[in-house]
Design a protein around this ligand. Structure first.
Ligand SMILES: NC(=O)c1ccc[n+]([C@@H]2O[C@H](COP(=O)([O-])OP(=O)(O)OC[C@H]3O[C@@H](n4cnc5c(N)ncnc54)[C@H](OP(=O)(O)O)[C@@H]3O)[C@@H](O)[C@H]2O)c1
Length: 422
């Protein structure tokens, strides 16, 4: 039985999916019946004989012969409504759209449940890495206690170049030139992209809707190649981590750059690659690694979803979508080791004042290093960067210590802090 597929959005990923269906669809019993895209130029360039081309998405969502609609336009609206319209018209939906899935999964899944159709979203996290299906099926017997990963290829590419000594701005420009970063890289470098992906992973792992807005999020723009050097000296790499931990009824979520021990498998993930490390009570630690973006890898994930739904349609079955109705408290004060970078005034007693502030907040110093080669003059003062790593401490204590350090007359400017994920 041939399954008719409709595609909405024939941009970067849509082109890969359309070409896959054109070249290999027949052998999987799939036909690309219609494609909609807002850009007439893209439709004109598409070489898809026998496929109906339109600039009107509703012609795809309403076509009675189409059984699966693939939404690849991205963004929030009209992408959300297009998926709901397709479901309303009895079509299964496949999407790579992390924004709409993380924010509106409950509404979209509920609509699909009522209409008796499938919704799959493998490509919304980790590009070609089959992490959603693994969480839903291969790891289903486990209570997942930890998910931590590098889920944004752009920032990992930038941090990799910075670990080789490149400044942030140059590394960002290189990423843009190579096509890894958008012209407006805000969503990537601010951690927002990772935040939506983490919310999806945590929602699937714990069958609980995690509002992406509730995920504390820090980006990478404050990191310097000097931080990379110091971190390496202490035995760490700096990575933008998206982390979700579950301890009994509490879930801790965060996207932030962090120091990762060089012995941890995530420390070795370089360039634009993604990796998701997780731990389950039966399966133990596992790591999924691969291309987190790009036409071919993302097409692989989208087509895996289409093939899965086509199998379901042929058997007359559908998947059980997560109810997302478990409730967990969000942990707000987590504990981790830490890395302080301060510009210290180069006068007797400066370091002692800093050590005193940390001690008064119950923060124990693990290691400290100053490099005179980085000494410089600022507004008549000689300052030298001082790096202090500390034993595990709560975020709330760190926050208070940072506020006091900022006021301290021995510290120049704003102190910088990163967590250490041991
Ligand atoms: N690129 C990746 O590596 C990657 C990886 C994983 C997931 N994804 C996800 O995949 C999705 C597609 O990404 P992409 O990189 O392929 O985006 P893209 O290149 O910008 O393609 C999107 C296409 O959809 C069209 N479009 C926009 N609104 C439309 C509408 N209302 N009706 C019909 N067509 C419309 C756009 O036309 P205009 O250009 O005229 O607006 C464009 O041709 C996004 O959700 C993205 O997050 C992408």
């Amino acid at each position: 039985m041939t399954i008719n597929v409709g595609l909405i959005g024939i941009g970067n990923i849509g082109t890969g999916v359309a070409e896959y269906l054109r070249d290999y669809g027949v052998s999987h019993g799939l036909r690309l019946k219609a494609v909609a895209d807002a850009d007439p130029g893209k439709l004109k360039n598409a070489s898809l004989p026998g496929t109906f081309l339109t600039d009107d998405a509703s012609k795809v969502t309403k076509d009675p012969q189409i059984q699966i609609v693939i939404e690849l336009i991205g963004g929030e609206n009209p992408a959300r409504q297009i998926k709901l319209d397709a479901i309303d018209n009895g079509k299964a939906v496949v999407t790579a759209n992390k924004f709409t899935i993380s924010r509106y999964s409950r509404q979209i899944f509920q609509a699909a449940r009522s209409r008796g159709v499938d919704v799959r979203f493998e490509a919304s996290v980790g590009g070609g890495i089959p992490i959603i299906q693994s969480l839903q099926e291969g790891l289903a017997p486990n209570a997942i206690t930890l998910i931590t990963g590098i889920v944004n290829g752009t920032t990992n590419y930038i941090l990799t170049r910075m670990s080789e000594g490149m400044e942030y701005e140059t590394a960002l420009k290189t990423a843009q030139e190579k096509g890894f970063a958008e012209r407006d890289p805000y969503l990537d470098v601010s951690g927002q992209d990772s935040k939506h992906k983490l919310a999806i992973l945590a929602s699937v792992a714990w069958n609980s809707w995690i509002d992406p807005a509730s995920v504390p999020c820090e980006g990478i723009s404050q990191i310097t190649p000097g931080d990379m050097d110091f971190a390496a000296e202490f035995g760490y790499a700096i990575k933008l981590l998206a982390t979700a931990r579950k301890r009994s009824s509490k879930v801790e979520l965060r996207v932030s750059p962090a120091l990762v021990s060089v012995s941890h498998p995530l420390a070795k993930i370089a360039d634009e690659f993604n990796a998701i490390y997780l731990d389950g009570n039966f399966c133990g630690p596992q790591m999924f690694y691969g291309r987190g973006a790009g036409r071919l890898a993302t097409t692989s994930a989208v087509m895996a979803d289409v093939m899965h739904i086509a199998r379901n349609l042929r058997r007359g079955v559908r998947d059980e979508l997560p109810s997302l109705d478990e409730k967990y408290e969000l942990a707000t004060d987590s504990v981790s080791g830490g890395y302080f970078r301060l510009d210290l005034k180069h006068v007797a007693g400066s370091l002692a004042k800093v050590a005193d502030i940390l001690a008064r907040h119950g923060i124990s110093i693990r290691d400290s290093v100053q490099r005179n080669k980085f000494k410089r003059e600022v507004n008549g003062d000689i300052v030298v960067p001082d790096i202090i790593t500390v034993e595990p401490v709560s975020d709330s204590r760190v926050k208070k210590a940072l506020a006091e350090l900022e006021e301290c007359d021995s510290v120049y400017g704003k102190p910088f802090y990163l967590r250490i994920e041991d």
